[in-house]
Design a protein around this ligand. Structure first.
Ligand SMILES: C[S@@+](CC[C@H](N)C(=O)[O-])C[C@H]1O[C@@H](n2cnc3c(N)ncnc32)[C@H](O)[C@@H]1O
Length: 286
């Protein structure tokens, strides 16, 4: 059959399978189900189960088809992965948790989602389960909050100037996608980078490494870490994958192995990720 729909190519799939080894069975959580690329592959091995999550309701259509095929081995939850705790999985033995961070090709191409710089009209950028849009944030947050967002998520040196220009401009006119692009171009160099990778690397590293008191002293009497980080460098797509799926070029795969059940949420997570959590809380104002 010939179809115009682009073939879905799950990024770094073989590498993921060789790390999580579903051949041995077990339950996996696919936190970013998308079009089900990873889930379908895992379910192709017998004795596996998948609990899948996605915040975008569009994913449910694909999930429903998988549920029909594997009624006893697959569950889909329309949730954000930050709500993982609500799934009450405490007694389930989970062999692996996957997160494929970013937008899917179909989301970027969907004009209703307003994710592309080239789209016109209202700013949206909602991925599902949002109570506010990018337009609400750009047109309502104060200058310091906007600066914090551009500074942190954009790692933008001109964050202050962009925030200032937005607040000045919106006094006369609501800011839409075209205006925002203009304002950013007027203020700044736009950089493309992988902030997700930095955050993931920081998260994994900080929960995998024992703090070195001195390089001449053995690391004694230090609490055991939550994870062990087997490979420090990220795994990137092979030459074959790059040839077959160009958008995979920026993908980086990192993984850790959980070795311990103990961590302190306040000190290990909340304190270390304060900036991210602060920004998340801006939404309470919108
Ligand atoms: C790159 S796609 C995943 C593609 C998937 N691995 C596949 O092979 O089909 C990322 C998906 O993560 C979802 N997503 C992003 N942030 C999320 C969140 N906080 N909670 C749940 N899903 C999220 C998006 O809606 C999108 O469908």
């Amino acid at each position: 059959m010939v179809s115009d729909a682009p073939k879905h190519y799950p990024v770094l799939l073989n590498e993921i399978i060789s790390i999580i080894t579903p051949q041995h069975g077990g339950t996996f959580i696919d936190c970013t189900f998308g079009q089900g690329g990873y889930t379908k592959k895992i379910l192709s091995y017998k004795d596996t189960q998948v609990i899948a999550i996605d915040r975008d309701i569009e994913s449910k259509k694909i999930a429903d088809k998988i549920s029909e095929k594997f009624p006893n081995r697959f569950i889909f939850k329309h949730k954000k992965f930050s709500q993982l705790d609500n799934l009450k999985l405490k007694n389930e033995k989970i062999r692996g948790i996957l997160l494929d961070l970013g937008y899917s090709f179909t989301q970027i191409k969907d004009p209703k989602k307003g994710l592309s710089f080239n789209s016109v009209g209202d700013l949206n950028m909602q991925m599902g389960l949002n109570n506010f849009s990018a337009s609400d944030a750009i047109n309502n947050l104060d200058v310091n909050e906007l600066e914090k967002i551009f500074n942190f998520f954009g790692e933008e040196l001109e964050a202050k100037r962009i925030a200032f220009n937005i607040v000045k401009e919106r006094k006369t006119k609501k800011i839409d996608t075209k205006k925002l692009v203009e304002l950013v171009e007027k203020s700044a160099v736009v950089t493309f980078h992988s902030l997700e990778d930095k955050i993931v690397n920081y998260f994994f590293k900080s929960l995998s490494e024992k703090k070195s008191i001195s390089r001449y002293m053995p690391n004694i009497n230090q609490p055991e870490t939550l994870f062990s980080m087997v490979e420090k460098k990220p795994i990137t797509p092979s030459a074959k994958e790059l040839r077959e799926n160009t958008p995979s070029r920026s993908a980086k795969l990192r993984y850790v192995i959980k070795k311990n059940d103990f961590y302190n949420f306040e000190t290990d997570i909340v304190k270390k990720f304060k900036t991210l959590l602060d920004i998340e809380n801006f939404s309470e104002k919108l």
